[in-house]
Design a protein around this ligand. Sequence first.
Ligand SMILES: [Zn+2]
Length: 231
Amino acid sequence: MLKLTKNEQDYLKTIYTLEGLSDEPIVSIQLVAKKLSVAAPSATEMIKRLSKKGLVLYEPYHGVNLSEQGHAQARFIIKSHRVWETFLVDKLGYSTEEVHEEAENLEHASSPKLVEYLYALLDYPVTDPHGSTIPSEVFWKKDEVEIPLSHAEEDKSYYITTLDSDAKAFFHKLKIKIPHFIRILERLQDGSIILKEDSGQISVIPQFLQENILLMQRTGSVASSLRTESL
Ligand SMILES: [Zn+2]
């Protein structure tokens, strides 16, 4: 993802929100300016800048839309905001009323990596404390190669990096915790896989869901660094 200023991110978020609210195919600059409490000429200037970066499609005298890249950036900021609100309430005991202000600052200060780590730490929450849906797309990926669960090998350890909404619904429906650190115990004849989470929880994942769960292999590095530490 491009590195953007707080101001640029706020514009993308605002255009995203206005696109969702209006029936018009294009968002007027006046509306963007009003929403951000700035003068129309400075909104136009910023939108030209975002257009040069390929983040918006600007039609002079007409209005503005997000490009595909701008859309992804806006969704990332929204994810960052909502993940932080969830973290503040769930882990730090903030009240729902207090979190918006904090999240407004934290959303801009967070890298895609930090947001994805927090999101995983919180067990991939579906909504924030206000009930708004948290975008589930992953905006940061490790360099290592991800594989679908269907390609995992017995007796090897992995961590889950990506779950799509079907996979999440599966775990929610069974009312079991979404596993993170897993070991593949066995592949059954019908193609389903038995896996064991580090906590001891065992799940059976049917074949049709295995492409919806992406994994990365856990190498010996974690275990061996712990071993070195204890010497
Ligand atoms: Zn908020």
